[in-house]
Write a protein that binds this ligand. Sequence first.
Ligand SMILES: *[C@@H]1O[C@H](CO)[C@@H](O)[C@H](O)[C@H]1NC(C)=O
Length: 490
Amino acid sequence: MFPSSSYLLAVVLLLVPTAVISYELLPRSTGFGAEVDAFNITLFLESHGVELDGDIAGVSDEARSTVDALKRALHDHRFLHFPLQDGLTWQDQLMFVQLFGKPFDESLHPNRIPWEGEKDPRVAIFSNDKKYGLVGVGIEGFHSDGNVVEIPHQANFLYCEQTVKGAATLLAPLEEVRSALPNSLLHNVDFSSSHVENLEKPLAHHHPASGRPTMFFGLGTLSGLYKKDDKSLTQEETDVITSQIEAAIEKVGPYRHEWTAGSLLVMDNLALVHKASSETQVTTDPSEIRIMRRVTLAAKRPLRRRDESFEKYPHRCDDSTCLVSLARHVEVEPDHSFPGVEEGNELCRGYLHQTASLASLSSKGLAKMATEIVEELRLPHFLNARKFGTGFSTIRWGSATTEDEWNDAYPWDDVSGQPNDCDGPGSEPCVFIGPKGRWFDFACNPKRAVGTTPGPEITWGEVREMFDIYSLCQVSVDFFGTGGGGKEEL
Ligand SMILES: *[C@@H]1O[C@H](CO)[C@@H](O)[C@H](O)[C@H]1NC(C)=O
């Protein structure tokens, strides 16, 4: 299905303008992966004045929306190849990853042998010569990274400084691998790594950000003993599973990425398994040195099986659409880092269905259903909305083509004078629904500036207090319990 030699690119599908650079996304015709053309990472960081050091509060809106678009592209295509990044420094590589989220500190790996020349615990260096980096990494068998930690990484940013003949990374797409396997083989099975005990992960689950069916495992020497229905399987039973997975990967046909110096490959770690080819370790010619740098993007939540008891989610449905609150399912950390709008859309897909999103309250009927949910929970919820203009404002719903029946007369909270961009013009482009189903403008993420509270201070009934904002999702009834569409899930 995916011939590894084929490298045909589809015609230009998307031209994404930013203030400074425009790049092209060229999906590979073989079903997964895309080339990101004319995107100079060093230039991107420079031109947006990105000086991060872990704090992305000062990053411009353009830079942020470019990164959001790249993140969605990564979830759609599963890997992105940025060629021609010659001279990308490890500091810039690390900075680039920080725009996407928190880089993983490799020293947290329980069984990691640190390499003495390491510059930062978040930047791992691999080589075929131990003078230049860790050797023998990634050749064990097909795997996702992070199988020895509780929360496996979201993505790997792998950069090639220099390479040797034939050195390649093989990638296999997990949705296709999973559909080549019988459900009975995967049902309620947990994978465990040979390197750690009691850190099982669901062998089959749904991608937490895209909602697509996927898997998690490590093969070869990374494979441990599996469990089914919480009972340990024997070595023979485990071998049956792993050999069928191997066969499914062969059937699907991995993509072989031959490295050239200056290439950066960004892999969706939860949508793909990968493996380094044996050539990556060859040292026949002492002048041939391979040097790879990896930064991984940490994830926030452990992998989980989708909770199919949909009745537990606060929800309302009409004939075609359900609105569903995630307030009882997604915990907010004590530091009030509640999920913003972009992450809320991911959570809706991960928890409910790949077609779900935050709610677009395009009709009064939907707004009434949403009001009932937020009043029942007494918690504010983000909508899939962007507000344009100050004062008298127009809303554009998440999918730009969604028309609404409000004629710009939205149910803003007039008591508090919404919409009011209370931190200055354009400061609150997103929208949440609060007390009595009234709408409020707000930042699209928790506020982090000094002197502001992360969440909004609102009066609900008698009390005025700060609230975290939760995710209100929208999903077709066909995929939410009543339609039975959820029943095919594992
Ligand atoms: C990318 O941008 C940097 C900084 O402006 C520049 O030095 C470098 O030559 C550019 N690389 C390419 C391939 O254009």
